[in-house]
Design a protein around this ligand. Structure first.
Ligand SMILES: Nc1nc2c(ncn2[C@@H]2O[C@H](COP(=O)(O)OP(=O)(O)OP(=O)(O)O)[C@@H](O)[C@H]2O)c(=O)[nH]1
Ligand SMILES: [Mg+2]
Length: 448
């Protein structure tokens, strides 16, 4: 996700790391490189200009902290400005004081509206809400069926036009409110038709559907792969239909980041959710601070923990969090987590969020087989070795490799990887704050 931007920034910052004090010229140079990186990521030019001006001003300014190295200061500033650019604070769905809360999803054809409707239904249902899905896309013949299938998988009812009746999306939308009342649903999610181009007919229909259901939240679904163009679309939709927020989809692909980084500033509406894959649970509330950390390649411990908690044994998760905070994360905990992660199915997404993973590793898709290998290696260690990997000298490495049917280089790689994760966790858990929540960047980079 946003890999090329991450790599560029990583390169810029790693060159900075070896520097002592930064002169104004150094800062100019860094600013120029960041500017290029953002432009290449297809970020809106105005957004880039404002961003760079703020970074430069702050980096040259008086807010120099003695506790941070010059590179850390710049990274901290860039991180904070990224957070601001991404929207500052995490947005939320508005809940109607008088249920049902209606969420209408609109957007261009293929942007991911139907998928996002179902994913949102799943998320809200998992939070204990009673959801009704509404198939108000009567343009594409298979659209209703697509939503019906998704609803069935989620065990969420889908309201649609009668098979033999008139195909009127406004009527479907309107009657869905009665159906929600009848079924006692407190959330209504309306999936609407898309078009290839923003056209008057679509907008007219959308406005009529909107007026029929009076949404508590009108969300625009934006394909992040379309880059800055997506932002222009958002401006038009906002003018014509009125938006409350954005759902950014397909950020798991090789999107460059332009849409994510431009949309809040250009349209003035926050990103509320992101689609991170094709599966129904590949969907998250959007947190600007976490996204900024991910772009800067700092991993995303919070999302990882949150996601893990959905699936993890609560006991195991609580223990891991406690261990991390105390800086006592051992290979045994690592193994336990691996096993939990394995339970979660496709793991590439999750592992990429682990902090401290070098860029190349974040990119590598870890598959079940690799996890199996890691598991075999850890299982071939004695309990003492798992608790204290420093014990694992050359001969022990050979023994472990033999025991697990792997190569010594695999064992070495795992130990190195674990050590980095452990160091990262230590530097976050250290200090006075026992909790991971509320950490700031200086705590992440401070240990380095
Ligand atoms: N990788 C990935 N694919 C996604 C994501 N969201 C949607 N898709 C895929 O994008 C394609 C289009 O998704 P839909 O939900 O049908 O899009 P839509 O906006 O409803 O399309 P129309 O109704 O035809 O306008 C499907 O193949 C989805 O599986 C995502 O977050 N990541
Ligand atoms: Mg659709």
């Amino acid at each position: 996700m946003f890999d090329s931007l991450s790599d560029r920034l990583d390169g810029i910052f790693s060159r900075l790391r070896n520097r002592g004090k930064l002169t104004e010229r150094d800062i100019d140079e860094v600013a120029r490189e960041i500017r290029l990186a953002l432009l290449e990521a297809d970020v809106n030019i105005k957004v880039v200009k404002g961003f760079i001006a703020r970074v430069k001003e702050r980096a040259n300014g008086a807010e120099v902290q003695k506790s941070l190295s010059p590179a850390q200061q710049v990274i901290k500033i860039v991180h904070e400005e990224l957070v601001t650019t991404l929207g500052g604070v995490s947005g939320k769905l508005s809940m109607s004081p008088k249920p049902p809360t209606v969420v209408m999803l609109c957007g261009l054809q293929g942007s991911g509206k139907t998928t996002a409707s179902a994913k949102l239904a799943r998320l809200l249902k998992s939070q204990g809400l009673q959801v009704l899905l509404v198939a108000a896309d009567l343009q594409r013949p298979a659209a209703v069926e697509q939503l019906r299938i998704l609803g069935e998988r989620l065990d969420v009812p889908v309201w649609s036009a009668p098979d033999d009746g008139p195909k009127d999306p406004v009527a479907v939308a309107k009657s869905s409110l009665d159906e929600a009342a009848r079924l006692g649903k407190n959330i209504v999610i309306v999936d609407t038709a898309g078009r290839l181009q923003v056209d008057d007919e679509l907008m007219g229909e959308l406005v009529r559907v909107r007026d029929a259901v009076r949404p508590t939240n009108t969300l625009l679904v934006v394909d992040s792969m379309t880059g800055q163009e997506a932002v222009n679309v958002a401006v038009t939709f906002n003018e014509l239909v009125g938006l409350d927020g954005i759902v950014l989809t397909k950020i798991d692909g090789d999107a460059r980041g332009g849409a994510a980084l431009s949309v809040k500033e250009v349209v003035g509406k926050p990103i509320l959710f992101v689609g991170t894959g094709e599966q129904l649970d590949d969907f998250e509330a959007f947190h600007p601070d976490r996204m900024a950390s991910r772009i800067l390649g700092m991993g995303d411990v919070l999302t990882l923990i949150e996601k893990a908690e959905e699936v993890f044994d609560e006991g195991v998760a609580a223990k891991a969090q406690e261990q991390m905070a105390k800086g006592q994360f051992t290979l045994e905990d690592f193994l336990e987590q691996m096993r939990q992660v394995k339970k979660m199915g496709p793991v590439g997404n999750l592992l990429k969020m682990l902090p401290g993973l070098p860029a190349e590793m974040r990119k590598a898709e870890l598959n079940e087989g690799e996890i199996g290998r890691i598991e075999a290696i850890i299982c071939s260690m004695t309990p003492a070795e798992r608790r204290d990997p420093a014990l694992i000298n050359g001969p022990r490495r050979v023994r472990i490799a033999e025991g697990s049917g792997t190569a010594t280089s695999d064992v070495n790689a795992l130990l190195k990887q674990f050590k980095m994760v452990q160091q990262m966790m230590r530097s976050m858990g250290g200090g006075k704050r026992p909790k991971l929540r509320g950490m700031d960047l200086s705590e992440i980079t401070g240990g380095k």
